[in-house]
Design a protein around this ligand. Structure first.
Ligand SMILES: Nc1ncnc2c1ncn2[C@@H]1O[C@H](COP(=O)(O)OP(=O)(O)OP(=O)(O)O)[C@@H](O)[C@H]1O
Ligand SMILES: [Mg+2]
Length: 396
C-alpha cells in the first residue's frame, strides 16, 4: 500500500500531476484511488468526469473521490464540544463566546485526513494519491493530527481512572462539572483516529510527499521552504515534479529566452533538491485534460519508472544514544537558516520553531529525564544534545 501526497504552490499543476501519475499507475495494474479535498472540483474537471464523496470508478483500476469535509467531523466532535461549552459558561464566559472558543481548530480539514486513513485501511487500494491544497494549507493540515492530540491530552488527560476517583472532590471544589465518561470516550476515539492518521502519514514504508513546482524563482523558493517545514513535522519528501517545462524545439526568440531561463532555474532545482528524483513534465500544447492526455503526460514524465514508487529518504527524526548518559536527537531541516530556528524545552515537550512553523514534540520517555545540553544546525539537520539529569528526573 502506498500513500502519495502532491503539494506545491497554487496553480503549479498539483491536480494535473496527481491525476496523471495515478492514471499511469492504474494502466500499469496498480489499483489507485485519487482523493481530492479541493471544493472547486478541479480533479473531476481534469479527468472530465463527475466525482462524489465516495470512490467513483473513472477507468479500469482508477478511482476518484472528492472528500466532502465538515459534517462527519461535527458529529464526532459535538459531544465533546457541548461539554466544553458548559464548562466555559459556568466559568462565566458568555455562551456565544463559549461556542466560539470550543470550535475545534482545523476541524474540517482534519476530516479529509480521517477519510484518507479510512480508505488506506480499507484494503481496496494498492495506492492512494492525494491532490492536496496549496502548500500553506497543506502544511497546516499535516501539522494537525499531532497538534490536536497534544491539545486534547491537556484537556482530557490520558488516565481517566485518576479523574474518576477525584471527580467528586474536584467537582465540589471548583464548582465545575467534570467530563462524563461519554465525553471522554468521544475525545479518546478522536484522539486514536488522529494517532492512526499520523502514523500512516509518517510510515516510511507507506507515505511520502511529492513537491510540484514550475521552473520559476518564486515557486522554487516556496518549494524549498516547504521541504524544510514538511521535514520539521516528520514527513518525507521523496521526489519533485518540475512542471510546465518548455520543450527546446522551437526557433523563435521568445521561446529561446524562456528555455534558457528555465534551464537555469532547473539547475537550481537540482542543487536545492539534491538526492531526490526530479521528474520534468513538458508544457503541453494544450491543457492536459481527460484520461488520455493525462496518461500521455505521465508517460513522458516517468518513462519506464513507477510514478508512485517510494524513494528512500533520510529519517526526518532520529534519536541516538551517544554515551551512557548522552543522547542526540536529530531533526532534518534542509535549507533552514540558523536565525530562523528556535528551540524551547517545556516540561516533557520540545518546542521547535522554524520561521512561522512550530512543532511541539512530545519527548520520548528516555529523553524526559534529560536536560538539553546544547544544539547545533549543520548539513540541514538540527542536532539537540540531551544529558541525563537527576534533577529533571526527580521533578517528574
Ligand atoms: N504540463 C502542463 N502543460 C500544459 N498545461 C498544464 C500543465 N500542467 C498543468 N496545466 C494546466 O495548468 C492549469 C493549472 O493546473 P492544475 O489545476 O493542475 O494546478 P493546481 O496546482 O492543482 O492548482 P490549484 O492550486 O488551483 O489547485 C490547468 O489549466 C492545467 O490544465
Ligand atoms: Mg488543484
Amino acid at each position: 500500500m502506498r500513500v502519495v501526497l502532491f503539494t506545491g504552490k497554487g496553480g503549479v499543476g498539483k491536480t494535473t500531476a496527481s491525476a496523471a501519475a495515478a492514471a499511469l499507475a492504474a494502466t500499469r495494474g496498480c489499483k489507485t484511488l485519487v482523493l481530492s479535498t479541493d471544493p472547486a472540483h478541479s480533479l473531476a474537471d481534469a479527468y472530465g468526469v463527475s466525482l462524489t464523496s465516495e470512490p467513483t470508478e473513472i477507468d479500469t483500476g482508477l478511482y476518484g473521490q472528492q472528500v466532502d469535509t465538515q459534517r462527519a467531523f461535527e458529529a464526532r466532535w459535538r459531544e465533546v464540544q457541548h461539554y466544553l461549552q458548559d464548562v466555559l459558561e459556568q466559568g462565566g464566559i458568555d455562551p456565544l463566546e463559549a461556542e466560539e472558543l470550543t470550535v475545534l481548530p482545523g476541524a474540517e480539514e482534519v476530516l479529509a485526513l480521517l477519510e484518507l486513513s479510512r480508505q488506506a485501511a480499507s484494503g481496496r487500494w494498492d495506492a492512494v494519491v492525494v491532490d492536496c491544497a496549496p502548500t500553506g494549507e497543506t502544511l497546516r493540515l499535516l501539522a494537525l493530527p499531532e497538534a490536536l492530540r497534544w491539545w486534547m491530552h491537556r484537556i482530557f488527560p490520558a488516565d481517566r481512572r485518576v479523574l474518576r476517583t477525584i471527580r467528586p472532590v474536584l467537582s465540589h471544589m471548583a464548582g465545575l462539572p467534570l467530563p462524563p465518561d461519554s465525553v471522554f470516550a468521544a475525545a479518546e476515539r478522536l484522539s486514536n483516529e488522529l494517532a492512526e492518521v499520523r502514523s500512516l502519514l509518517v510510515d516510511p514504508s507507506v507515505a511520502s510527499v511529492r513537491l510540484v513546482l514550475t521552473p520559476e524563482t518564486v515557486v522554487i523558493a516556496e518549494a524549498r521552504r516547504t521541504l524544510t517545514s514538511l521535514s520539521l513535522y516528520g514527513y518525507r519528501v521523496d521526489g519533485v515534479v518540475a512542471n510546465r517545462v518548455f520543450p527546446d524545439d522551437g526557433s523563435d526568440e521568445w521561446r529561446a529566452g524562456w528555455v534558457k531561463a528555465q534551464r537555469d532555474q532547473l539547475a537550481g532545482v537540482r542543487s536545492s533538491f539534491a538526492g531526490l528524483p526530479i521528474w520534468e513534465s513538458a508544457y503541453a500544447a494544450a491543457e492536459p485534460v481527460g484520461l488520455a492526455a493525462l496518461a500521455e503526460l505521465a508517460e513522458a514524465t516517468y518513462c519506464d519508472a513507477d510514478p508512485l514508487a517510494l524513494n528512500e529518504t533520510p529519517d526526518p527524526l532520529t534519536v541516538e544514544r551517544v554515551s551512557s548518559d548522552e543522547f542526540v536527537m536529530s531533526i532534518g531541516l534542509p535549507h533552514a537558516d540558523r536565525g530562523d530556528v528556535e528551540l524551547v524545552r517545556k516540561g516533557d515537550d520540545l518546542v521547535v520553531t522554524v520561521g512561522s512553523y512550530r512543532r511541539v514534540l512530545a519527548l520520548p520517555s528516555v529523553l524526559q529525564r534529560c536536560a538539553v545540553d546544547g544544539a547545533g544546525l549543520r548539513d540541514g539537520r538540527l542536532r539537540v544534545r540531551f544529558r541525563v539529569d537527576e534533577q529533571v528526573w526527580m521533578k517528574s
